[in-house]
Design a protein around this ligand. Structure first.
Ligand code: ZN
Length: 238
C-alpha cells in the first residue's frame, strides 16, 4: 500500500517534469503511449518506441492527428533486457542510504532532549559508514545502469530522438552529479562527524553541510523516482 502511494506521488511529480519537457503530445493510436510531436522531425514520421508502429503526424487545424502507416518489422530485440533489470539495484539501495542519513539527523536533533537515546547513538558511526557504503554502491552502480540504457537506446531504438529518452539522459547525469556531491560531503566527515557519525549542532558549518547533504539526497530521490517512472512507461506503455 505504501509503495502504491509512493508511486502515485512520483507519477504526479514526473508528470510535471514531462509537461515542460515534452511540449505538445499525442497518443499512439495502437498502444496509447504518449509521444511528443517534436520527436517526429521534419518528415513528420515517428516510430512508437513501445509498439513499433510507424506514425505519420498530420496537422489538421492545429491538431496533431496520428496516422499509422506500417509496423517496423526488423526491430532489434535484445534477448535480455539488461537495463530494466539493472535499474533495480540503484533504485533499491538508494532509499536506504537516504534513510541512514535521515536517522543520523534525527538522532543528532533528538540528543539534547532525550538523554535516554544516548546508548542508541553509540551505533551512529556504524550507521554513518553503512550510509556511505550504500551511497557509493547505488550511485556507482547507476553508472552501469546509465551505460546499459544508452546501449538500449543505440540498438533497440536506433538512436532516434525521443523526449522520454532525452529526459532520462538529462536526469541520469543530474543523479550522478547530486550523488557524487552527496558522497563527497558524507565522506568528508564535515556534515556528519567522522568520529560520532552525528551532526555537530554547535558548529554552523556542520549544520549547514548536513542540511545540504540531506537536500541533495532528497533531490536525488525525486530524480531517481522520475527516472524509474518514465522508464516504466517505456517498458509497459502507459
Ligand atoms: Zn505504440
Amino acid at each position: 500500500m505504501m509503495s502504491g502511494d509512493f508511486s502515485r506521488i512520483t507519477a504526479r511529480i514526473a508528470e510535471k517534469f514531462k509537461r515542460r519537457f515534452y511540449g505538445r503530445t499525442f497518443n499512439c493510436p495502437v498502444c496509447h503511449f504518449e509521444l511528443a510531436v517534436v520527436d517526429a522531425g521534419s518528415n513528420r514520421l515517428l516510430v512508437c518506441p513501445v509498439c513499433g508502429v510507424v506514425i505519420d503526424i498530420e496537422e489538421v487545424y492545429g491538431h496533431a492527428v496520428p496516422v499509422v502507416l506500417e509496423v517496423e518489422l526488423y526491430r532489434p530485440q535484445p534477448k535480455m533486457r539488461i537495463h530494466p533489470l539493472a535499474t533495480h539495484v540503484p533504485i533499491g539501495l538508494y532509499p536506504f542510504a537516504v534513510l541512514g542519513a535521515v536517522l543520523l539527523a534525527a538522532g543528532s536533533l533528538a540528543r539534547p532532549f532525550f538523554p535516554a537515546i544516548e546508548p542508541l547513538l553509540d551505533s551512529a558511526p556504524v550507521v554513518a559508514d553503512a550510509t556511505l557504503v550504500l551511497l557509493v554502491l547505488s550511485v556507482g552502480l547507476s553508472v552501469l545502469t546509465f551505460a546499459s540504457g544508452l546501449w538500449d537506446w543505440n540498438r533497440r531504438y536506433r538512436r532516434r530522438s525521443y523526449r522520454q529518452i532525452r529526459l532520462k539522459i538529462a536526469f541520469s547525469v543530474l543523479f550522478l552529479a547530486l550523488g557524487g556531491v552527496a558522497i563527497a560531503l558524507h565522506a568528508s566527515g564535515a556534515a556528519f562527524s567522522a568520529g560520532t557519525g552525528l551532526i555537530d549542532l554547535g558548529s554552523t558549518m556542520s549544520v549547514t553541510l548536513a542540511v545540504l547533504e540531506l537536500a541533495l539526497l532528497a533531490a536525488g530521490m525525486v530524480v531517481i523516482a522520475t527516472l524509474g517512472h518514465v522508464g516504466g512507461t517505456l517498458v509497459y506503455g502507459k
